[in-house]
Design a protein around this ligand. Sequence first.
Ligand code: GAR
Length: 202
Amino acid sequence: MLTKIKIAVFVSGGGTNLQALIDAEKRGEIKSGTIALVLSDKPQAYALERAKNAGIPTAVLERKAFASQGEYEDAIAALLKEKGIGLIVLASFMRILGENFTKRFDRRIINVHPSLIPSFCGEGFYGLKVHEAALEKGVKVTGATVHFVNEIPDGGEIIMQKAVCVRPGDTPEVLQKRVMQEAEWIILPQATEYVCNQMLNN
Ligand code: GAR
């Protein structure tokens, strides 16, 4: 019988969300799953250093090494199978996964997005662009969302959300930091534990 779900965290950049997951597992807050692999599409991603410092196996698969998106996704799927991965957590993975891939891993991929979906989400809304759009609109409350991933960018079922206040004078950078600290780093580990727990008990 499985005692813990093996988790693969997909990253592209700095990896502060990955760090939040690593720290939550260390504190025992993620106990139904364990981070078994960190996969990056960028060899220079600092997230890979964070994984190495925590003793987590890493892999780099660059899109440009493959002739098509299909071959790229097949290579990712083969690696996940080899490692016995049960859940994929997209932690600022800046690449859209195709329908073949998301269908193959139905309700086994989750993503953190830095807004309250359905606001400021979908294709083109990533990183600072999300916060720029929120400030331009003048919203007074924003936040973060963790959701299942399907073929529609940021369109899968919502698992968890947390609101964050916008303050007068906020810049996109200041708002991004507050949303990470007050929402993303909290709900991503919580949702990961929730989904792993559900998987173990189903
Ligand atoms: C975070 O704000 C995260 O929400 C965003 O990139 C920033 C850096 O994350 N990700 C996305 O917009 C993904 N759609 P990191 O420090 O975890 O790499």
